[in-house]
Ligand binder design. Structure first.
Ligand SMILES: Nc1ncnc2c1ncn2[C@@H]1O[C@H](COP(=O)(O)OP(=O)(O)O)[C@@H](O)[C@H]1O
Ligand SMILES: [Mg+2]
Length: 284
């Protein structure tokens, strides 16, 4: 009796598995089709698109590794490759909000005075701390950061270009070189001239935020990346309205103090109160 194999009676020598190399390999869990064009328009980044953004409809995403795991989010390095033969590839940072985080969205009341969950089902789920509730909270943080990135990138603030948001995951410009993430400002020991240049860029970003009526809300040398000569502000889900939020001024002052303390300790003559006063004048 002949044995029935998927290849019938063919000599296995002549049988090979056909898989076009440009197709995502569904067996590789780290490789998947890009969801860029499946998303609603508002979930794709603002125009004009930087030329490094891969918009090929057949593009494939691959996780290349973890940049940082945190209590609230994990940040991974993701490569997006076009499969249209253009050879276009881009590295992106994927910030994935965890839905098992301890901090729930509505409990961080100070940050969210003017940003409440609208759907009552969502509000109840947040209260119950159900897994659905945690999922809602994670997506709300992702949405909040997404909107901040889009709005302030368009206002010319030095933040990573936001490529897309998909549920609890934001894909954004990877700040770094050759797959190596830029260090946080806190990890750097810049020369005096670079130090002054860095401060001017942080100040400029704060001024642009203030002119939009907001402050970062969690600004510190840990949420500023030093990419060579360039400074980039990250981690913006909790951006605070300086005037509408009753604690807006406190957040603004704290952001100024955190930044000036670090630059001051490295020998730059900067004054938090002076910076605060200057930013207030832009905000009102
Ligand atoms: N766009 C990015 N490019 C390169 N590295 C990034 C980027 N975004 C975040 N990171 C890295 O991931 C870390 C955590 O990101 P962050 O947004 O600060 O999240 P959280 O502090 O909430 O965990 C950062 O300190 C930085 O090292
Ligand atoms: Mg951070």
């Amino acid at each position: 009796m002949t044995q029935h194999t998927p290849t019938g009676d063919l000599d296995p020598f002549f049988v090979f598995e056909f898989r076009p190399i440009d197709e995502p390999d569904e067996h590789d869990p780290d490789r998947r089709p890009s969801t860029y064009w499946d998303l609603e328009r508002g979930c794709r980044g603002p125009h004009p698109l930087p030329d490094w953004v891969v918009t090929d409809r057949g593009a494939v995403d691959t996780d290349l590794g973890t940049i940082k795991t945190g209590k609230e989010a994990d940040v991974l390095l993701v490569r997006r490759e076009a499969t249209d033969g253009s050879g276009h590839t881009a590295l992106m940072a994927a910030k994935r909000y965890r839905d098992d985080r301890h901090r729930s969205f509505h409990r961080s009341a100070a940050y969210t005075e003017s940003r409440r969950a609208r759907r009552s089902r969502d509000t109840r789920a947040l209260d119950r701390k159900s897994s659905y509730g945690r999922q809602v909270a994670a997506s709300m943080w992702a949405q909040a950061e997404w909107q901040a990135l889009c709005r302030y990138w368009e206002a010319g603030v030095a933040v990573p270009y936001p490529v897309q948001v998909d549920g609890t995951e934001i894909l954004m410009e990877f700040v770094g070189d050759d797959g190596l993430a830029a260090p946080r400002l806190a990890q750097t020991r810049p020369d005096p001239d670079v130090l002054g240049h860095y401060f001017e860029q942080v100040r400029d970003a704060m001024v642009r935020l203030a002119a939009q009526g907001v402050t970062h809300g969690d600004l510190s040398p840990y949420n500023v990346l030093a990419d060579g000569e360039r400074i980039v502000l990250i981690d913006l889900p909790q951006v605070v309205d300086i005037v509408a939020n009753p604690q807006g001024m406190d957040f603004l002052l704290r952001d100024c103090e955190n930044i000036c303390r670090w630059f001051g300790a490295r020998g730059l003559h900067v004054d938090a109160r002076e910076l605060f006063g200057e930013l207030v004048s832009f905000a009102v």
